[in-house]
Design a binder for this molecule. Sequence first.
Ligand SMILES: Cc1cc2nc3c(=O)[nH]c(=O)nc-3n(C[C@H](O)[C@H](O)[C@H](O)COP(=O)(O)O)c2cc1C
Length: 188
Amino acid sequence: MSEIEPLQIVVIEGTTRVQRLSIHAARLVEEIGRGLPGIEITFVEPGDFDLPGDGNDPEGKDPRYTAITEKADGFFVVSPEYNHSFPGSLKRLLDSELENYIHKPVAFAGVSNGGWGGVRAIEALVNTVREMGLTATFTDVHFPRVQDIFDKDGKLLDEKYRARVERTYTELIWMAKTFKWGRENLPR
Ligand SMILES: Cc1cc2nc3c(=O)[nH]c(=O)nc-3n(C[C@H](O)[C@H](O)[C@H](O)COP(=O)(O)O)c2cc1C
């Protein structure tokens, strides 16, 4: 593995809801990632892609998302909790690929307007991503009562969340480096 080649980390915002607040958390994760050495961030959201049908057959993919996942070394998914799970648009996006996820790490941030910080969305995501060949980090980030953490323009009001995101990035990047080396150097 080349030491100078930056790791490719894909930050995914998990909903297309017009009045979504989780976008503030996702933009914070993006901003922090862009400030870290040795990684490149691609920001994506389900609404960016043309995925009218279900599945991961050729006609069920968007080539732009295929290209992003192909070069990805890791993912950081920021998801609100909807009805004790994660949004259908995020499931549709994730479902559209498979091989490009295998033996890559994923970190999660959960977002809610109540006190749980999207914990049940993350629990549901962990089950789903394992079937896709992704490996979840040990640490998550939770944004409970998101309306109190960011102002209406998305400005972070509570700096402790920055350290929590950085801690999860530290683990994600370690896993991304390790898995990249493994994919490139060990038989699978
Ligand atoms: C369809 C729907 C279902 C929701 N279900 C839950 C839930 O099960 N648990 C929870 O803590 N918050 C739930 N919420 C509230 C979200 O936590 C809240 O909207 C928060 O701002 C994060 O989502 P957002 O990015 O859509 O704003 C739900 C919101 C919507 C729109």
